[in-house]
Design a protein around this ligand. Structure first.
Ligand code: C2E
Ligand code: CA
Ligand code: CA
Ligand code: CA
Length: 401
């Protein structure tokens, strides 16, 4: 500790070295990276740096080398590479020949930063080296470090928000275009952040998905939405609940069992639940998706293909998937032709009819678009023109009217 603090006053380069693993050349089993091996590795390290450099053991099988006065990053990397090469040569430990493999991370101090900070930077570089397969040197990358820090923070925030119950479900009405009355809703997640206010899913869902949190988060949305749907059916029998599924939810082997359990717990009739997934999610593994979707359909729930028309799926994909509903992406609805020309929306509606799928137009923002869709015999729609996503209470009031 003392030596570290002393050396950090002047040092400019830091190398952290970590043993990835070892092999026992005499083939006597039962060895661990024990004290003998660690001592031999430390000696090897010390023998390959200058006399005034400091070699110290961090925790476990991690070492740190401090190189005072070495200001050149290239030179520091060269030292680290030489040190690894030397470490990779056979080591004698208690009469047994061992081969170790090690990784190293290099960082340079800038004026005034403490040893802890530089060590964390070197550690991040070491982590990179290991991620890349180990046995090599990586240098600290400030941009990557900032990104990783940001991600770690966001990850913590999301997990905390889940525990604190900061997520909410809002609901956007789906209307019958004939009478423009609400026949169901789509459940859309929101994050009620204590400082940032209401955060839309575009800002956190992708990260949550990458972090593997969507099965938990999405499961919670599903249960919450089904519970609400049962209430709203007292006001409007036949009321439908649409819930989005992410890629990781679809690939979760427990999905079908979980959906069944939620239906049982909440008492929602399965025919009133529509599960939405995008083409891109379904196409990750078409055969597997088709299998899971038909299991879901065996439960009695219906399946909607979301953002329809934006993926690159061919019609053969569409016929391979057991789908009941297509949601026509808002980009096509908003590209309504100025003067009665043909449109992608018409083509999509035609496809829907051919495959006997119920169409729902998304993103209807004005009366003209609603009228046009009505003329095209699209029976259902959703969009700001009718209603924006709202808290549950808003839907209750809407159905009371
Ligand atoms: P989506 O499934 O396509 O949902 C429709 C999105 O369009 C919603 O955005 C909705 O607020 C927005 N929208 C509705 N009407 C209009 C309109 O007239 N004009 C415009 N410009 N936008 C309209 P939101 O709530 O921000 O959700 C974005 C996406 O996040 C959703 O797109 C969906 O893919 C995903 N998402 C939301 N909640 C969940 C969830 O609980 N689970 C999963 N897996 N995904 C969700
Ligand atoms: Ca190790
Ligand atoms: Ca959707
Ligand atoms: Ca959509």
């Amino acid at each position: 500790e003392h030596e570290l603090a002393e050396a950090s006053r002047t040092m400019t380069a830091v190398i952290v070295v970590d043993l990835d693993g070892f092999r026992d050349l005499n083939d006597t089993h039962g060895h661990e990276i024990g004290d003998g091996l660690l001592r031999a590795a430390a000696d090897r390290l010390a023998a390959n740096v200058r006399a005034n450099d400091v070699v110290a053991r961090l925790d476990g099988d991690e070492f740190v080398v401090l190189l005072p006065g070495l200001e050149d990053e290239q030179a520091a990397i060269a030292v680290a590479e030489r040190v690894l090469t030397e470490l990779h040569r056979p080591l004698e430990v208690d009469g047994i020949t061992m081969i170790v493999r090690a990784s190293a991370g290099v960082a340079l101090t800038a004026g005034g930063v403490g040893i802890d900070h530089v060590l964390r930077e070197a550690d991040q570089a070491l982590h990179r080296a290991k991620l890349d397969g180990g046995g090599a040197v990586r240098r600290f990358d400030p941009e990557l470090f900032a990104l990783e820090e940001q991600r770690r923070k966001a990850e913590g925030d999301i997990i905390r928000a889940l525990d604190l119950g900061e997520f909410e479900v809002h609901y956007q009405p789906i209307v019958d275009l004939d009478g423009e009355h609400t026949v169901g809703v789509e459940a859309l997640i929101r994050w009620q952040h204590p400082e940032k206010g209401l955060v839309p899913p575009g800002l956190f869902l992708e990260l949550a998905e990458q972090l593997g949190l969507l099965p938990r988060l999405g499961g919670w949305v599903l249960e919450e939405a089904c519970r609400q749907a049962v209430n709203w059916q007292r006001q409007f029998p036949g009321f439908e609940m649409n819930v989005n599924l992410s890629a990781s939810q679809l690939s979760n082997p427990n999905l079908v069992a979980e959906v069944r359990a939620v239906l049982e717990r909440t008492g929602l009739e399965p025919e009133h639940l529509v599960l939405e997934l995008t083409e891109s999610v379904a196409l990750v593994d078409l055969e597997e998706s088709a299998r899971i979707l038909s299991e879901l359909k065996d439960l009695g729930v219906r399946i909607a293909l979301d953002d329809f028309g934006t993926g690159f799926s061919s019609l053969s994909h569409l016929s391979a998937l057991p789908v009941d509903v297509v949601k026509i992406d808002r980009s096509f609805v908003q590209a309504m032709p100025e003067s009665g020309g043909a449109s992608v929306a018409e083509a999509v509606l035609h496809i829907a009819r051919t495959f006997n799928l119920a169409p729902v137009a998304e993103g209807v923002e004005d009366a003209a678009q609603a009228e046009w869709l009505r003329d095209l015999a699209c029976s259902r729609a959703q969009g700001y023109h009718f209603a924006k996503p709202m808290p549950a209470l808003g839907v209750t009031e809407l159905l009371d009217k």
